[in-house]
Design a protein around this ligand. Structure first.
Ligand SMILES: [Zn+2]
Ligand SMILES: [Zn+2]
Length: 159
């Protein structure tokens, strides 16, 4: 997602960028749609520009319990500062990117990619009441029941 210096100087509000997921060039993620949308605004500050917006990511997560794939669109807010002032960069602020005054454009792809990754949950359940998969016959118990469960429940009751 490239932003041109000329556009940053002018400033913009709620501009929509559509990022094809193919351009992420990372195979460890799957999405329910081919487009990640980024709506953002830009304003100047003394040595650079502040870019603020929201990335809408059409995630497709696998439930840890039943292994079903679930689409889960999330809106991730972000703010980045791009600046030619290396003193600001030195503060080890990940939200600040170096934008030398010789550069005509800056690519925010890495920032977007990091945002997408931060939002991925370590553990994901399709719902808190997900019934998971039967360990004996492998059916998804959210969609159908099986006899194994009833038998084991009976066993428990009898015990
Ligand atoms: Zn589930
Ligand atoms: Zn079963």
């Amino acid at each position: 997602m490239k932003l041109f210096r000329t556009d940053l100087i002018t400033g913009f509000t709620d501009r929509l960028f559509e990022i094809p997921v193919d351009s992420l060039d990372k195979s460890d993620l799957v999405f329910s749609s081919g487009i990640i949308r980024c709506l953002c605004s830009s304003e100047s500050f003394p040595n650079g520009f502040k870019i603020k917006g929201t990335v809408t990511v059409p995630y497709l997560f696998e439930c840890d319990r039943c292994l079903d794939m679930n689409s889960d669109e999330r809106k991730i807010p972000f703010t980045v500062w791009v600046t030619e002032d290396t003193k600001l960069i030195d503060k080890v602020n990940l939200d600040t990117l170096f934008f030398p005054n010789t550069a005509d454009e800056i690519d925010l792809m890495e920032t977007i990619y990091d945002l997408i990754h931060i939002e991925i949950p370590v553990k994901y359940l399709c719902s808190n009441s997900c019934r998971g998969i039967c360990v004996r016959c492998g059916v998804n118990l959210n969609h159908q029941s099986c006899e194994c469960l009833e038998q084991s429940e009976n066993t428990v009751l009898e015990a």
